[in-house]
Design a protein. Structure first.
Length: 122
């Protein structure tokens, strides 16, 4: 027999969990507009001042060498409220730095936080 967490307990954990989301970010999503019969791509703000918590870089992946400098991507994890509108391919902006959402990681059973894998865009 499986023992689950009650709805009231999950609601309380979510309320208290938000206290650990000490950073804030802006979420952007790719959009298209029609201008003079032509489609133009861009980025639209989906949500601003979203509570989150950035976890330090987890790994650097060397992609190659450019002008005698190693070029790579630095990966991060970001935790947000479980019900945040965030999708693969969105962008997250924190402190003027832009990150690409690579993957929404498997949710925990308590569904308190959503955790995503990001790559810093330079």
């Amino acid at each position: 027999m499986s023992v689950g967490i009650g709805r009231q307990a999950v609601a309380m954990m979510r309320r208290y969990g938000r206290a650990f989301l000490t950073d804030s970010c802006t979420i952007e999503r790719q959009s298209q507009t029609s201008e003079g019969g032509y489609l133009r791509g861009g980025w639209s703000v989906v949500a601003a001042d979203v509570a989150c918590r950035m976890l330090p870089g987890t790994r650097q992946d060397a992609r190659g060498v450019v002008e005698d400098k190693e070029v790579g991507r630095v990966y991060f994890k970001l935790s947000l409220a479980h019900d945040t509108d965030l999708r693969d391919g969105d962008r997250v902006v924190m402190g003027g730095v832009v990150y690409e959402v690579l993957q929404i990681l498997a949710p925990l059973t308590d569904q308190v936080f959503m955790t995503v894998k990001l790559a810093r865009l330079d």
